[in-house]
Design a protein around this ligand. Sequence first.
Ligand code: SF4
Ligand code: SF4
Length: 332
Amino acid sequence: MPTYKCTASCEHCGTLSHPRETTWLPIEQMLKAIDEAADLGYNVVVFTGGEATLAGQNLLKGIERASSHGITVRIVSNAHWATNDRMAERRIGEFVRAGLTEINLSTGDQHARFVPLDNVIRAARAAVKAGLRAMIMVETVLERIITKEVVENHPEFQDICNQFPSSKINILESPWMPLSPSTLNKYPDGVTVNRSNLALCKGCDSILTTTTIQADGQIAACCGLGMRKIPELKLDSIRETKLATADQTAGEDFLKRWLRVEGPERILAWASDHKSNIEWENMYAHRCQACMRIYTDPEVREVIAKHHKEKIADVLLSEWLMFHYNPLAQVN
Ligand code: SF4
Ligand code: SF4
């Protein structure tokens, strides 16, 4: 996260970003983190924020450094810079020359208060034209104007698909979550988690797999929304610590390992089995909001502190299955 600064100030921004933010990750720390990630075998470097493109030359240097290690490089942007086709192609050209391979563009009703959907589609066109993989992420709540369908049916989007039929462009809807476990959004049917769909909830594939360097240098053990509000997800500062040391520290934390194999929804359900007044069904659509509940609700924390030992064997078995079980291995 090169900066927390953003051109927009969306309600419920997961990183608490806004135009008045002035936190910037120094370039030396950014490059140090990228070099260490390359040494550790990380596959992808993602520049997000805040609005990562505000980092200008430092962003380009970061992309170049990650690309020089042969790592896939992605940026996440609100496309504020794609004010016309010429500007969109100019910025995309700079990113591609630096080594960018993928771009995620965020939109939805909140984003569109600050950046028109047309910008996002212009940026997507320029990206596809330059051969990048592009993903348009659309915020999802119950009542909204911008949906996946709206983007798909946008004449300019259809024109992109017709003009570049083999392009790698996708649209993905993602629940828009408040940064508090007690503020609840309304979502379309079937999006929130409850006992009937709990079996579909898998382990968190970000924790202990994705490491985030935040704009203030704090290392976090996942790329979850709300990490700025969950002290336990912060590990140390990239100024003083190596990425490998931070990753190792995170890997020794039982709750993080439990989240990796079961995910926050199943942990919440387990906690409510121990204490029936812990309500959770049909409250959360985004798993990071369920995770905030685990980390911030004193009752859930108390249940975890008191009873987590009963889950140790399950977690260890799941980890063994995850990392060591080979169904093709022959039994003698
Ligand atoms: S565009 Fe993204 S980073 Fe910026 S305020 Fe909105 S949600 Fe936050
Ligand atoms: S569910 Fe929790 S651990 Fe996973 S990404 Fe979200 S905040 Fe991080």
